[in-house]
Design a protein around this ligand. Sequence first.
Ligand SMILES: [Zn+2]
Length: 59
Amino acid sequence: MRIITHACPACGTVVAANELESRRVMKCPGLHCEEVHRFDDLEDEEREHFLENKDQYRI
Ligand SMILES: [Zn+2]
């Protein structure tokens, strides 16, 4: 299975696509980081791949 993640441009913390998808908008989990991450921050191609294979990403 392909791992899709988004790296915070401010602090480098990596957020998993399934977390972004379940919350849509989330504050960066990085310590003292005020960056906000959205599912839309992923590349179009990554979003598509994630949505097509969503079942595989459920843990
Ligand atoms: Zn961050």
